[in-house]
Ligand binder design. Structure first.
Ligand code: ZN
Length: 254
């Protein structure tokens, strides 16, 4: 049984003290593939350092997160594009998207960064990892305005069943993480009405850990807790759930 963590920021400073042990715990839990979305211009080198240490298990993506986009968006995008074209192997374009929760004033810059990076993903046949906060519909609208939409994942999906169906019909997968294990989560009810063929698993470490680690640091070794919850929702064996979601992630990113 092999699990994929399709969205995990293991190069974050929260892991600096015990990075090797943390990766070992993930491998012991059969989480053999960890996809690392970039955040901003500063995180590029720390992400590459981690990939260099664990080249068979950590696979980087390149992109700028919507919360890191500023009015200097054109300059920021130039650096991201240089990275994508540098010959360094990237497995996806991310983390990209729209976040209208933290800062609405950068909305036009975020939109430019999102659509531009989606175009780069299409040109390079790479999957995207999309972050949306208070902006699922905004992202859907931007994707619909594009000539060609990329393949990819709506990471940390938190929308309605209606939005889930729109996203799936556009060819995207839903990224499901620790939130699905929370007592008050509406996700299990929504997911019951969708097939696991539409899902990939993720932790979004160091954030949003599954029960019983809520409130603590998240890490990729917790993927089996999310997998077990999904297996329970679909009333299938853990092995079957692992095989379906791993195939989904590998087909997209690897
Ligand atoms: Zn993330």
């Amino acid at each position: 049984m092999i699990f994929v963590d399709s969205h995990t920021h293991l190069y974050a400073e929260e892991f600096l003290a015990d990075s090797d042990e943390m990766i070992q715990r993930a491998l012991s839990a059969n989480v053999n593939i960890m996809l690392l979305p970039n955040i901003d211009l500063e995180s590029i080198s720390t992400m590459k350092n981690l990939v260099e240490k664990h080249p068979n298990n950590c696979f980087p993506m390149m992109g700028i997160h919507p919360c890191s986009v500023t009015k200097n968006v054109e300059k920021e995008l130039e650096i991201i594009k240089l990275e994508l074209d540098s010959g360094y192997k990237y497995y996806g374009v991310g983390e990209i998207g729209m976040d209208l929760y933290w800062d609405k004033s950068t909305e036009p810059y975020q939109a430019l960064a999102f659509t531009t990076q989606c175009e780069w993903a299409v040109e390079r046949n790479l999957a995207v990892s999309i972050h949306t906060r208070n902006a699922t519909q905004a992202c859907i609208n931007l994707l619909k305005s594009m000539k060609q939409t990329p393949k990819g994942v709506f990471h940390c999906f938190s929308g309605t069943l209606e939005e889930a169906n729109i996203i799936i019909n556009m060819g995207f997968k839903l990224g499901i993480g620790g939130v699905v294990t929370y007592k008050n989560s509406t996700l299990p009810e929504i997911l019951k009405q969708l097939s696991p063929e539409n899902l990939v698993m993720e932790t979004d470490s160091p954030y949003l850990p599954p029960v019983p680690y809520r409130g603590k640091r998240n890490e990729s070794s917790y993927i089996p807790l999310i997998a077990q919850k999904l297996a329970d929702i679909y009333e299938i064996k853990l092995e079957e759930l692992a095989s379906i979601t791993t195939a989904n992630a590998v087909n997209l990113f690897m």
